[in-house]
Design a protein around this ligand. Structure first.
Ligand SMILES: [Zn+2]
Length: 451
């Protein structure tokens, strides 16, 4: 292990984990993507029963790809297909492109039917995954001197092994997982951990728990950086700043997708969007209605294509996440595209023709001084139209209830384009606190559908 770490870390003294790849000029990066994509499509077609049948049905062959734009001739995959193909040919389904004996790891994401969807890795896929994690950790400022507490769930979930990327980087790692809050705070305090990774709502919950126990997270702990993923909060400025103040630490947002890897995009020190590992994953941003590409800055559905993952290639995977992209070179010097995640299509609700994401509501609520930042959205039908109401909590404020209500109404109308039917101001701690993933939307409409 010592020899490996010396080789892996001591050569890196600068700001990049892999300077050549991370700062590759766009034309060279796209040439690399095209070369890898050609090989990858050919590999998928030759080795996966599913892709052979699906390309044949669409009338396309791997050799039809001459430019990156030609990828648009190839069919999409999505979660439902992934699940069906797995059930049709257990254990790993016919999207698999290697013999099962070459698979060394599977992660699982839970599904509504109870059968977990499996994501297989070969040994080489796993190494690439961890090298990507190390790159993202490095960009977020983690260094071999850091003490890192990994506070993500290890049980089947792909976020568990992300810790190996921190080890590869050379940090001293505590594999905590989802231990109870008291225990986690004890570990952080006793071992003076400098970096941790959790969800934004849990970072907030943990900070509040610490305070309740007489621990000041800003001064009694050594935490300098908090990595978050799994919810949009890490990219919502007011949420980020509130957590940073609570902890006296910097927050770095990561994005992961369990159907491909754990984290595949993360913030650099500039923290203006998340750099995607574009040498390994190709991005398309498409209008979800027309499936045509949208320009940088325009929200669209993120569609991802693996470029090297061989156990199960993902060709044009519709993630269901709405993002904006920025292909300009970041001031950090990295050329890989930066994404900003706006929300899940599934979480979006439509109020009198306007698309509303819970993250937009969070943006509004967290920006208003005098509220705790917690909220609950209730969506309901009235006269055959969808409406929404908001419940928020009063924080430390001398403002009257009427003034707070008026401010929420006004800011919601400005940001979302549609006013809430009603705003209720509750006492502090009236709303349930989530531990890991916050559930903030109650849908009372007849169909129960969120879209
Ligand atoms: Zn950057």
């Amino acid at each position: 292990m010592g020899a490996l770490n010396l080789e892996q870390t001591n050569v890196r003294t600068g700001k990049y984990w892999d300077e050549e790849i991370e700062t590759l000029p766009r034309f060279a990066l796209e040439a690399l993507q095209l070369q890898r994509l050609k090989t990858h499509l050919d590999f998928a077609y030759r080795n996966s029963g599913y892709y052979r049948a699906s390309f044949d049905a669409a009338g396309v062959r791997p050799e039809d790809l001459r430019t990156l734009d030609d990828l648009r001739r190839f069919p999409f995959v999505h979660k439902q297909i992934e699940r069906e193909r797995q059930l049709a040919q257990p254990l790993l389904g016919d999207m698999l492109a290697v013999p099962e004996r070459d698979v060394v790891f599977v992660s699982a994401s839970s599904g509504s039917t109870g059968v977990p969807t499996l994501s297989p890795f070969t040994s080489s896929d796993f190494d690439t995954f961890q090298n990507n994690e190390a790159r993202l950790f490095w960009a977020a400022g983690m260094r071999p001197e850091d003490r890192y507490v990994h506070a993500l769930n290890f049980t089947l979930f792909v976020g568990g092994p992300d810790v190996i990327g921190a080890q590869k980087l050379g940090a001293l790692c505590f594999w905590a997982g989802t231990v109870p809050s008291d225990r986690l705070l004890f570990i952080m305090k006793e071992f003076q951990a400098t970096v941790t990774w959790t969800t934004p709502s849990y970072a907030w919950h943990l900070g509040e728990t610490a305070r309740a126990q007489g621990i000041n997270p800003a001064s009694d702990l050594a935490l300098r950086r908090i990595i978050v993923a799994g919810e949009p909060g890490g990219s919502i400025p007011a949420t980020r700043e509130a957590i940073e103040r609570l902890w006296n630490a910097q927050l770095y947002d990561f994005y992961g997708i369990s159907d491909i890897y754990g984290a595949c995009a993360g913030m650099c020190e500039v923290r203006d969007g998340l750099h995607l590992v574009e040498d390994d994953i190709l991005l398309e941003v498409l209008d979800p209605a027309t499936l045509e590409p949208v320009p940088d800055g325009t929200p669209g559905e993120m569609v991802l294509t693996t470029l090297t993952k061989s156990a199960r290639p993902m060709i044009r995977f519709r993630t269901g996440d709405i993002i904006t992209a920025d292909h300009s070179t970041c001031t950090c010097g990295r050329t890989h595209v930066r994404i900003k995640v706006i929300g899940r299509i599934d979480d979006m609700f439509i109020i009198t023709g306007v698309n509303v994401f819970p993250s937009d509501v969070e943006f509004v609520i967290r920006s208003i001084p005098g509220l705790t930042g917690e909220f609950r959205i209730t969506v309901f039908d009235e006269d055959h139209l969808s409406r929404y109401s908001l419940e928020v909590e009063r924080g430390e404020s001398h403002l009257s209830e009427a003034t707070l209500i008026e401010r929420v109404m006004h800011d919601a109308k400005t940001r979302l384009g549609v006013r809430p039917k009603e705003v209720k101001i509750l006492e502090p701690n009236a709303l349930p606190r989530s531990t890991h993933k916050a559930k903030r939307v109650v849908d009372l409409r007849g169909s129960g559908s969120l879209t």
